[in-house]
Write a new protein. Structure first.
Lengths: 182, 182
C-alpha cells in the first residue's frame, strides 16, 4: 500500500494514537487503513463415503488436487461461501452437515474454514478453475499430489475420525510456514 | 474506495475478466482491489461458573456490555486473537477450551468466532476500551444492556448448553440485520 484509497495522497506506516501496532495512515486525510486476515471457506464433499477433490486449473499449485475452497466474499455467510465455492469449482451442490476444521495460517494471514457436506445428487464436473474433479476413497487420495498443507492436514484428520465412534469433532490448528517453501 | 492504493490513480467498479462480481479496479495499473469479510475473534471467559463481561468505553454501543472481542490482526491465529482481545479489554489471561460459536453477520461482512476460555488466575480489570469488567451468573447477565445481538445469541446458547450433558457443541448461525437499526 502506497496511496490512500480515500483521497489519493501518500500513506506512511505509523502507530496511530491509542493503537499498538503500525498501520498505513494517510499523510493528508489521516484515514487509517487496517489490513486483516481473509477467510478461505470450502467443503469436504462426501458421496457414499468418498470425498470429492478438484485438480487445480490455476496457479498457485496448478495441476495439484484440493478441496473446493476460496475467499469468502462480502455479504455472504461462511456456509454460503463454502457452498458457492463447491459449485464454482466442482459444479456440485452440497448440504452442509457441520463445520469440520478451522485452521489459521498466520504467515499468509488466512483462516481456512472447511465444512463437511453431502452431495445432494452425486453430480459434479470441473468448474472454470478445475482441470478435473473426482471422488476418492481414503486409500485412493493422491496424498503426494495435494495442493496445500491445510488440505492434507484436514483430510488426514477427517479419515481418522471417520472410523471413530464420536463423529467428527471440530478440528482446530495452525499451519506453520514450511522452510523449504521460503 | 476512490483511489488505487498501489499507484494513486482513480478506481472504477467493474467485473474483471473471469470474475462474476463487481470489484474496484484501477483505471491505470489495472490492480483489482478485493474486499473481504473480517473476523471478530473473542472469548467467553469463565471463572467458577461465572462469565466475564466488559462494559464498553468506546463507540459503537458505549456503556453497554459485551464479551471481549475484536478484529483479528494479520500474522496471528484465531486463538491468539481471542486471547489478545481478552487481555486488551479485560486484562484477563485465559486458557482456551474450545471454539464455541461461529456467527456470520453478512450485512456488515463480519464473522464472529468466540472461544470458550477459563481465566488462568481469576484476575481481571478494565482495559483501555472498557469502563468496567465483571463476572456474571446466568441470572445476573444484563440481558437488556448487551451491546450486540451476536453476544446475546451466544450467551443464551451458552447458558442453555451449560445445563446439558453433551458439553458445548459448536454453535453456528447468522445474525440478520435488525429493521429498527436501519
Amino acid at each position: 500500500m502506497k496511496f490512500c484509497s480515500s483521497c489519493g495522497a501518500g500513506v506512511s506506516l505509523r502507530i496511530p494514537a491509542g493503537d499498538n501496532r503500525e498501520r498505513f495512515v494517510c499523510t493528508r486525510c489521516q484515514t487509517i487503513h487496517y489490513q486483516n486476515p481473509k477467510i478461505v471457506a470450502g467443503s469436504i464433499p462426501e458421496w457414499n463415503g468418498r470425498i470429492l477433490l478438484c485438480r487445480r486449473a490455476i496457479e498457485p499449485r496448478y495441476g495439484l488436487w484440493t478441496l473446493p475452497a476460496g475467499f469468502m466474499e462480502n455479504g455472504e455467510t461462511t456456509e454460503q461461501a463454502a457452498m458457492r465455492e463447491t459449485w464454482e469449482e466442482a459444479r456440485a451442490r452440497i448440504e452442509i452437515t457441520g463445520l469440520y476444521s478451522v485452521f489459521s495460517i498466520p504467515h499468509i494471514s488466512q483462516v481456512y474454514m472447511l465444512f463437511r457436506g453431502k452431495l445432494v445428487d452425486g453430480a459434479y464436473e470441473p468448474g472454470q478453475e478445475s482441470l478435473e474433479c473426482e471422488l476418492f476413497d481414503a486409500h485412493q487420495i493422491p496424498w503426494e499430489q495435494l495442493a496445500f498443507p491445510v488440505v492434507k492436514e484436514t483430510l488426514q484428520r477427517y479419515f481418522a475420525d471417520k472410523d471413530k465412534a464420536n463423529g467428527f469433532p471440530l478440528q482446530r490448528g495452525e499451519i506453520i510456514k514450511h522452510p523449504r517453501r521460503d
